[in-house]
Design a protein around this ligand. Sequence first.
Ligand SMILES: [Mg+2]
Length: 258
Amino acid sequence: MDFRSMRGFIFDLDGCVYTGESLVPGVRELLRLLRARGRAVCFLTNNSRQDSAELLAKLVRLGIPASREEVVSAVEVAPSYVRERYGPSRLLAVGSNTLMRLLGEAGHSLLAPAEYRKAEVVLLGADFDFTYEKLTAAARAVARGLPFVAVNMDARMPVENGEFFPGCASMVAAVEAATGRRPEVVGKPMAPIFQEALRLLGVPASHAVMIGDSLFADIEGADRAGLHTIWLSTNGDARGSNSPDFTIHSFSELQGRL
Ligand SMILES: [Mg+2]
């Protein structure tokens, strides 16, 4: 792959731009170089807890200049995904306060766990207040055959020192175990979120590169959407069957190629 002909670069955030509160070494210099050469840049995350404004604040705090239009978060794509497919819905949603707020703003109504029988759609995002009551409500609603949607299928949310929080897929697995049903997925590796990033970049897939640390979410998903791929192989998620176009172990390996 000739990177010099690439016009847009899409960066995964967790594990690729930062890990917890630490920047990934070399990423600031790489972003500065790409911008200086006139390349379009955006950030694409499966985050199910923070919207683009919150993520932008973190980028700026860590010394990465960006604009809100350059940040695509699955938590913001999920409400419109549900609306496009099912219309404004009565939702049994499990997830962050940010997800709940965005669902309300998108015209959906939110049900308490005890009201699961009134649900039209079940939506799962990573929830730091996940309880047996929420699991029971979600499983019973999904068992009734309702549309079952997950913000992403990330197994882990990485934090510093190699530690992690269980991701959305862990909650989905609990519901799946009780129901035998698998969800529709909004985030990477599915196409809709990559299309949104390409639209923001204003670049066709054939001239765009996805840089990510998850073979499953970033590389397999981007490959399916027709983008070129660079895999940052660290301690990230190594599930996935696709081979990236290019594999690096640190951003310094891209020096002289861009
Ligand atoms: Mg990642």
